[in-house]
Design a protein around this ligand. Sequence first.
Ligand SMILES: NC(=O)c1ccc[n+]([C@@H]2O[C@H](COP(=O)([O-])OP(=O)(O)OC[C@H]3O[C@@H](n4cnc5c(N)ncnc54)[C@H](O)[C@@H]3O)[C@@H](O)[C@H]2O)c1
Ligand SMILES: O=C(O)C[C@H](O)C(=O)O
Length: 209
Amino acid sequence: MKLNPLVSQLALYDIANTPGVAADVSHVNSRAEVAGYVGEEQLEKALEGCDLVIIPAGLPRKPGMSRDDLFNINAGIVKGLCSAIAKYCPTALVNMISNPVNSTVPIAAEVFKEPGTYDEKKLFGVTTLDVVRAKTFYTEKAKINFADVNVPVVGGHAGITILPLFSPATPKANLAEGDIKVLTKRTQEGGTEVVEAKAGKGSATLSVA
Ligand SMILES: NC(=O)c1ccc[n+]([C@@H]2O[C@H](COP(=O)([O-])OP(=O)(O)OC[C@H]3O[C@@H](n4cnc5c(N)ncnc54)[C@H](O)[C@@H]3O)[C@@H](O)[C@H]2O)c1
Ligand SMILES: O=C(O)C[C@H](O)C(=O)O
């Protein structure tokens, strides 16, 4: 976001350690001014005037966990943040990263419906990672150039709800049905692949960006 030329102000909010992250990010050479806010008492200031709110707050999975196992803790965190969004920047676009995305997006919708600020065109679950993975695995298997590869992915962001569509993928590669099954499964399990490789030290962060 700091590198995005459309961003003029970047407000970082966390319950801890924001000043350090904000100082670090502020040194990226782009026009966006960076401010760090820490703790609930500064949430109002962080959100005031925001056009876009990106929510990556909450627990990541550990090996052996499903995204649903994060529900109890992350649902509460998302609910709190969305209530504040409804109050302090009710017209902002909201990008939900916190898992389980299949549940945190509907939670956000319900929170926004209460004060009447819900707009289905302004609430998004972040599933770009599924597209990134599908493109990478397809490109490697098809032995084609990475430029201009397109693989649509529909559905949600957990296991079999992630549905990569390799048949209409371009450029066409005419992969065997068995290969498509393997690529589909690997895309659906991409998050688990990273969580297991990180062995308890978090989930995907680099491929997301
Ligand atoms: N949708 C996706 O593509 C995608 C990709 C990667 C991670 N995730 C999800 O994003 C979430 C965060 O993952 P991570 O690896 O960045 O975890 P992390 O532990 O590195 O960061 C989570 C941050 O949330 C903060 N936090 C906790 N409660 C908060 C609150 N009430 N308000 C604001 N901040 C709060 C923590 O202090 C921490 O800094 C997880 O649920 C993870 O599963 C989703
Ligand atoms: O898999 C996870 O827990 C994190 C994220 O949703 C991912 O797809 O990498």
